[in-house]
Ligand binder design. Structure first.
Ligand code: ADP
Ligand code: G3P
Length: 485
């Protein structure tokens, strides 16, 4: 009898395999970072083979460390960084190019030619370099011989879920609907590839995977059913047990992503949010509104890796705590332009207000504040679009390990911030979806009972201080616009 469920969480910076028991408790995990390949300004790539090898390794090490074998797993769920595109050879299974990552802005010019109203209406997405369609178009137009091979049926495309399903199951070319909803190629109502969009980007249907619900048996790996695939932010929504309309969470990883469950109908945004599929079980579809922030923890990574002012991401908390505030500076980390709610590809990052007085501690504190101000911007847009004002923000993801940042978030939002006991809600959500599919869990009520609060931060700033900060932040945003393009 299998007592556990496993989840592969293939994120932007690392791949982890986690094992959960029936109470949703973590039994084991193994995590491996992969290389961030930055070939030119604005370009971000990963090595698909490295990601696949890391996936295999994390599964075997986590099982070994827990003293388990694959036979102890009732199912495996997959969750993944979304939008990033892989192209691979159907016969050899070898990638034809590096993964073009969601943060990559090389397709700026292709995006600027799109009819924004048409794309938004069909897909729920504002045209942006963020999504998969122009990345596939770029590969077809720029990799020698790729279009001819793809049209002959020799090359397959997919997001990371498809790449992992293909490798784990020995050749199933499938994707789940939440990932498909991020490609800018899927009709949000029919949940199928849209022929007009395929024609627009020069993509043929046979190059793409079949779209399937978020939970079903896609195939087997070492005899274990691969029973769910779900984009990482939607998985976190599920792992945070936001099953009812109006329930929302914010995940702070490389980027930041606020998602609100909107029930069985797609809610169209008029305030700069995305309409997306939350999850699909059988024929029941749940939609979500999403505020996507391109750079959250990535700003801390940048301070660590590019500027070298931090030894580790965690050191950002101690350094930022050395000063009482950011002494009037603002850091807008628009490295990939600005996503929600601005959608300005022409923005680039800036630190404004600097004088000789300022130190690395002020800049680090401003980076943490930027994560929180960006989140406040999307919380505001969410309230305008959904008519629902959050009275508490449920949070998760790597950055939530930073207590100072979460205190700043409560201060800047003016509402409490709550972190669950299992902060790895992305992996947990994928495990939940897979476990429900195979009957390991029986209903979402079982899952709700597993949610426990670990820590809550209460707002401490006066309204005046909050408003002053927001005004300064908006002025800083204005200064980043129109820098490129
Ligand atoms: N204590 C911390 N303070 C601030 N940022 C952190 C902290 N720990 C991790 N991070 C940031 O969180 C990100 C990793 O979080 P994770 O949820 O694993 O992201 P992803 O799924 O995008 O790979 C990195 O960008 C890292 O810089
Ligand atoms: O890998 P993460 O957690 O930063 O998530 C990336 C998102 O899926 C991009 O849309």
């Amino acid at each position: 009898m299998a007592h556990f469920v496993g989840a592969i969480d293939q994120g932007t910076t690392s791949t982890r395999f986690m094992i959960f028991d029936r109470a949703g408790r973590e039994i084991a995990r193994h995590q491996i970072e992969h290389r961030q390949i930055l070939p030119a300004a604005g370009w971000v790539e990963h090595d698909a083979t490295e990601i696949w090898e890391n996936t295999l390794k994390t599964i075997s090490v986590a099982l070994a460390e827990a003293g388990l074998t694959s036979g102890d797993l009732a199912a495996i769920g997959i969750t993944n960084q979304r939008e990033s595109v892989v192209a691979w050879d159907r016969t050899t299974g070898k990638p034809c190019h590096n993964v073009i990552v969601w943060q990559d802005t090389r397709t700026d010019a292709l995006v600027s030619r799109l009819d924004a109203a048409f794309v938004r209406d069909r897909t729920g997405l504002p045209p942006a370099t963020y999504f998969s369609a122009t990345k596939i178009q770029w590969l077809l137009e720029n990799v020698d011989g790729l279009r001819a091979r793809a049209e002959a049926g020799d090359v397959l495309f997919g997001t990371i879920d498809s790449w992992l399903i293909w490798n784990l199951t020995g050749g199933q070319h499938l994707t789940d609907v939440t990932n498909a909803s991020r490609t800018m190629l899927m009709d949000l109502e029919s949940l199928q590839w849209d022929q007009q969009l395929l024609d627009l980007f020069g993509i043929t249907r046979a190059m793409l995977p079949e779209i399937r619900p978020s939970a079903e048996i896609y195939g087997h790996f070492e005899g274990v059913p691969i029973a769910a695939a779900i984009g990482d932010q939607q998985a976190a929504l599920f792992g945070q047990t936001c099953f009812a309309p109006g329930e929302a969470k914010c995940t702070y990883g490389t980027g930041g992503f606020l998602l609100m469950n909107t029930g069985s109908t797609p809610v169209r945004s008029s305030h700069g949010l995305i309409t997306t599929v939350g999850y699909q079980f059988g024929s029941t579809v749940t939609y979500a509104l999403e505020g996507s922030i391109a750079v959250a923890g990535a700003a801390i990574q940048w301070l660590r890796d590019q500027l070298g002012v931090l030894d580790s991401a965690a050191a950002s908390e101690t350094l930022a705590a050395e000063v009482e505030d950011s002494a009037g500076i603002c850091f807008v980390p628009a490295f990939s332009g600005l996503f929600a709610p601005y959608w300005r590809p022409d923005a680039r990052a800036a630190i404004v207000g600097l004088s000789r007085y300022h130190t690395a501690a002020h800049i680090t504190r401003a980076a943490l504040e930027a994560i929180c101000y960006q989140t406040r911007d999307v919380v505001e847009a969410m309230a305008q679009d959904s008519g629902t004002t959050l009275d508490c923000l449920q949070v998760d993801g790597g950055v939530t390990g930073n207590a100072l940042c979460m205190q700043l978030q409560a201060d800047i939002l003016g509402v409490p911030v709550s972190r669950p006991a299992v902060a790895e809600t992305t992996a947990l959500g994928a495990a939940y979806a897979a476990g429900l599919q195979v009957g390991f869990w029986h209903s979402v009520d079982d899952l709700r009972a597993n949610w426990h609060e670990d820590r809550r931060w209460q707002p401490t700033w006066s309204l005046e201080r909050r408003e002053e900060g927001i005004t300064r932040w908006k002025a800083a945003i204005d200064r980043t616009l129109g820098w490129v393009g």
